[in-house]
Design a protein. Structure first.
Length: 442
């Protein structure tokens, strides 16, 4: 049995944070080489057959043990691959945690500056109140720092445990029969941070009783499950027993079967969460993620991530570039148009950052049906055939990085290629006008 740590962090005024690491139990532990060598031949053959190894044509002890070793080696190879995929998803959760930390610090800096500017107008007569308010703000920050630090430490410990298991599976100094992969689902609970961060309620008069500072920050659990690799299917060889020696001496890579693509499922107890991935998900759609921006409201709702440029933003327009960069393969993402009039949808090269912070790319308006950007060759005739989008309409974009093409489907109807000759390190990109937004569907 492998037992991980179970931690409970205390956050602020007795608020329980969720820092945890599950229990993994292996009920049926496969025998080691030493145990196999001590078994009588008849019992060894029976044990091998129970493990799914075809030994009906084998009567030599060493041969049976080598067949079991080859079977275990294949399982460990697949287990190592699944651990690597699992690590990528956990690192994605770590990236989201870093984004939340930056947003948390940015809101604190903004509120602290707002408090300073407000009290600078009143100077000496409000100095005592300023010290009191900043002391309360510092108390809130210390409480929030406990949550942030506990969540960061929990993520680091979870990744360290995963790295240790991965190194054991990939180690060449250990006998493969002495390494036991998980035979049941591995359940790991990782920290997640949500909330609006610090907020500052300004006053409109000299009545200081209306000044309030609040902190909206809470941690929640996110359960990631990795299914164990299935044992390889055993096939009885068609050649006679005399040829078994050459089969046993062959390279394991020639005898192994391709590793199955076991899914890694994500269960979020707090909200739907996009995975960090540059490939297709099980449903065939890329789950996009975006950096935090104080002028764009990001809200995870059932079914997707809502992106909305706040009405009071200082900028007239602002761009939202996905973290994901596509350089090969086929990638699909789907959006619902919530409130779009002047906004644009397209792709941008992540390497070509201009003065506005956005790279060069291809952009298209589903309302005006005009095209912007210098990348690719737009199909203007096809674009004019797509109906003018209405609130609530859905658009599905399919980018083939190998062919350099971008297709569009409107409300489930495929209209063909929007753009061709579209190559580079491209990311999905949205340009929002003030007060407009859409939802990236999962």
């Amino acid at each position: 049995k492998l037992q991980f740590l179970y931690l409970i962090g205390r956050c602020g005024r007795g608020v329980g944070a969720v820092l945890f690491f599950g229990l993994v139990t292996m009920d049926a532990v496969p025998p080691t080489r030493e145990e196999l060598e001590r078994l009588p031949l008849a019992e060894l053959l029976q044990r091998a057959a129970a493990l799914g190894t075809d030994v009906s044509y084998v009567h030599d002890r060493n041969e049976v043990i080598e067949l079991l070793a080859n079977q275990r080696r294949q399982v460990l190879t697949r287990y190592s691959e699944e651990l690597q995929k699992f690590k990528i998803r956990m690192e994605g959760q770590g990236q989201e945690l870093e984004i939340a930390k930056k947003h948390y610090q940015a809101t604190y800096d903004r509120v602290e500056q707002a408090v300073t500017d407000r009290f600078a107008q009143l100077h000496d007569q409000l100095l005592r109140k300023e010290v009191e308010v900043k002391g309360h703000l510092l108390y809130l920050k210390n409480s929030g720092d406990e949550i942030i630090n506990d969540c960061s430490g929990a993520m680091e410990k979870e990744l360290a445990i995963l790295d240790d298991n991965l190194k054991r599976c990939q180690s060449r100094s250990l006998d493969v029969l002495d390494i036991t992969p998980a035979t049941t689902s591995v359940n790991v609970t990782v920290p997640s941070i949500a909330g609006r961060g610090f907020d500052f309620a300004d006053i409109t008069s000299l009545d200081l009783s209306s000044l309030r500072i609040t902190l909206d920050l809470h941690a929640s659990s996110k359960h990631l499950t990795m299914d164990p690799p299935q044992p390889p299917t055993q096939h009885r060889p068609t050649h006679p027993p005399a040829a078994q020696q050459s089969f046993r001496g062959a390279s394991p890579a020639l005898n192994s079967h391709p590793a199955p693509q076991a899914p890694v499922s994500v269960h979020d107890s707090f909200r739907g969460q996009p995975e960090y991935s540059s490939g297709l998900t099980a449903s065939g759609t890329d789950l996009l993620s975006f950096p935090a921006d104080h002028e764009i409201e990001m809200k995870y709702e059932r079914g997707g991530l809502r992106l909305h440029m706040i009405p009071g933003a200082k900028s007239d327009v602002i761009g939202a570039q996905a973290h994901e960069v596509f350089t090969k393969g086929i990638h699909v993402w789907k959006v619902r148009l919530d409130n779009i009039q002047e906004s644009l949808i397209g792709m941008v090269d992540s390497r070509d950052q201009g003065e506005s912070g956005a790279g060069e790319g291809f952009f298209w308006s589903p309302i005006r049906r005009d095209v912007h950007g210098k990348r690719g060759k737009a199909s203007q005739q096809l674009i004019m055939q797509i109906p003018v989008a209405q609130p609530g309409d859905t658009l599905k974009l399919t980018y083939d990085a190998d062919a350099g093409t971008l297709r569009a489907a409107h409300n489930g109807m495929d209209y063909g290629l929007l753009c061709s000759d579209l190559f580079g390190m491209l990311s999905p990109f949205f340009v929002f006008a003030r007060g407009e937004g859409l939802t990236v569907l999962q």
